[in-house]
Design a protein around this ligand. Structure first.
Ligand code: IPE
Ligand code: IPE
Ligand code: MG
Length: 229
């Protein structure tokens, strides 16, 4: 098996997919949410233990109330409808982000699924919700200040204040739909991740596309600033 333990994905392009199919944006998001299970299954087959999905950014609150509500409803639906399958497949669901921003109706179901799957020890699906990389760093700093820590902070000790310190950094970042930017995703954790961008829109991203990304990753020479030869 390759050294690919953790894949993080910026699931972008639901809006463009909807436009291309002449359907409302919400339908693009619905199609996008259906892809999650497909990609999760494919990741499982490829031996990838951790999958982290950027589902809603701190900046996405700027979208129209109708679009935000449609996304929150999808989150609620995902949390309830996918729970039995996650239990069956021994998948643990986790969340990172400013979760208290999520409206209660969706947050309750989400946290229920997190709790019910918390003992599962198979693959880990982490949803980034109301997530921002800068927010994560600022939240970490505020927790450090609140502890009145008089000692020094190191890279290792700082990590303990991040949202999910026990999850290894992503080996591979995938962004669908072609944009060449991070859009405030995992700023700390992506420091040495390999980056793969595809023009394929998220609702069209399936097993074959994930395989292509993993093949590209396997051809990379990760040096971490050192020299291998
Ligand atoms: C990604 O799709 C989903 C979220 C950001 C929630 P977009 O809605 O950003 O799709 P595009 O970028 O408009 O195509
Ligand atoms: C990033 O996509 C956020 C998610 C996929 C949840 P956006 O569509 O919000 O990013 P920008 O606006 O193109 O940078
Ligand atoms: Mg987008």
């Amino acid at each position: 098996m390759s050294s690919l333990r953790h894949v993080a994905i910026i699931m972008d392009g639901n809006g463009r997919w909807a436009e291309a199919h002449g359907v409302p944006r919400a339908e693009g998001h619905r199609q996008g949410s259906l892809q999650v299970e497909t990609v999760l299954d494919a990741a499982g087959k490829l031996g990838i233990k951790y999958v982290t999905l950027y589902a809603f950014s701190t900046e996405n609150w700027k979208r129209s109330p109708a679009e935000v509500l449609a996304l929150m409803k999808l989150l609620e639906q995902f949390s309830t409808e996918r729970l039995p399958r996650m239990m069956e497949k021994n998948i643990r669901l986790r969340v990172i982000g400013r979760i208290t921003d999520i409206p209660l109706f969706a947050r309750q179901k989400l946290l229920e699924a997190v709790e019910k799957t918390s003992k599962n020890d198979g693959n880990v699906l982490t949803l980034a919700l109301s997530y921002g990389g800068r927010a994560e760093i600022v939240d970490a700093v505020n927790r450090i200040l609140a502890e009145k820590n008089d000692g020094k902070i190191t890279e290792e000790s700082f990590r303990n204040y991040l949202y999910a310190p026990d999850i290894p950094d992503p080996d591979l970042l995938i962004r669908t739909s072609g944009e060449l930017r991070l859009s405030n995703f995992l700023l700390w954790e992506l420091a040495y991740s390999e980056i793969y961008v595809t023009d394929v829109l998220w609702p069209d991203f399936g097993e074959e596309e994930l395989k292509k990304a993993v093949e590209a990753f396997n051809r990379r020479d990760r040096r971490f600033g050192g020299r291998t030869k």
